[in-house]
Ligand binder design. Structure first.
Ligand code: HEC
Ligand code: HEC
Length: 211
């Protein structure tokens, strides 16, 4: 009797797994992730290379800076990036609360960014990315490893990263702005939709990183 119960208990969890998995597949109809296993490692790595080219582009990286809390700017028409002019310092708050708030100049607005050299704006308060999400000064492999680590990416799994992109677009955030930056600024390669697709493909391949 006891033996039978023990066997039943041992079997139960493994028996339950296929049920849970098929349920999950049924209840997430809007997921943009290709089915796990449907994208191979080679394809996944190729998708990562395109993702990396976007993340390291100034339109993205200029806010994803390290613990010095100094945003970077790449002025339209200039070749080189440099620390933000006017001694701007975001502080540990990353929004400039300790000195002058970023949104003082980068006023929150969904109006198009048009004027050259005007402070760009989006649908919520302008600010640096959390310091854990630093990309400036990191290699592609380092960025890849950190982006798939939930402890360093805001607790997101592969599908969560895709959702973040969609959510950011809904609130007129920084990510879609990068492909419509105004003021003669250069754009990252591809389109916003290409980027969402690449992040999803990389995720479906198990988030492979170059070696
Ligand atoms: C005194 C006004 C002012 C404040 C305050 C300010 N900025 Fe800016 N910022 C600007 C201007 C003007 C530009 C555009 C420069 C240009 O392109 O010629 C700019 C551009 C930028 C860019 C570059 C965008 C790009 O893609 O090259 C980033 C990043 C940025 N600011 C981050 C911040 C952050 C973060 C804060 C708060 C810590 C902040 N700024 C505070 C005026 C300001
Ligand atoms: C104006 C500053 C700014 C710019 C420009 C910017 N980001 Fe961010 N980014 C942030 C902030 C702030 C967060 C934190 C928001 C959150 O986690 O909800 C963030 C978080 C993220 C995350 C979450 C996970 C992680 O590990 O980083 C991703 C992915 C991301 N950004 C991608 C991009 C991409 C792609 C671009 C360019 C197309 C970009 N960002 C441009 C400020 C910026």
């Amino acid at each position: 009797m006891r033996k039978a119960l023990l066997i039943a208990l041992l079997l139960a969890p493994s028996a339950a797994i296929p049920v849970v998995m098929s349920l999950a597949a049924d209840v997430t109809p809007t997921s943009e992730m290709p089915a796990a296993g449907s994208v191979g490692k080679t394809e996944g790595l190729a998708a990562w290379k395109r993702v990396e080219a976007v993340l390291t582009h100034p339109r993205c990286a200029n806010c994803h800076v390290g613990p010095d809390n100094i945003p970077i700017w790449t002025v339209a028409g200039e070749k080189k990036s440099r620390p933000h002019g006017m001694n701007i310092h975001a502080g540990d708050s990353r929004i400039g609360a300790e000195t002058i708030a970023c949104s003082t100049c980068h006023m929150t607005s969904t109006a198009p960014n048009k004027l050259a050299h005007a402070p760009p704006h989006v649908g919520f308060d302008w600010q640096l990315a959390p310091v854990d999400f630093v990309w400036v000064g990191k290699s592609g492999v380092e960025i890849c490893t950190q982006l798939k680590d939930p402890k360093r990416n805001g607790g997101r799994d592969a599908a969560g990263l895709v959702e973040h992109l969609r959510h950011d677009a809904e609130v007129n955030g920084f990510i879609p702005w990068a492909w419509n930056p105004g003021g003669g600024r250069e754009m990252p390669p591809g389109t916003f939709e290409d980027h969402v697709k690449d992040v999803a493909m990389w995720g479906a391949a198990g988030q492979p990183c170059p070696e």
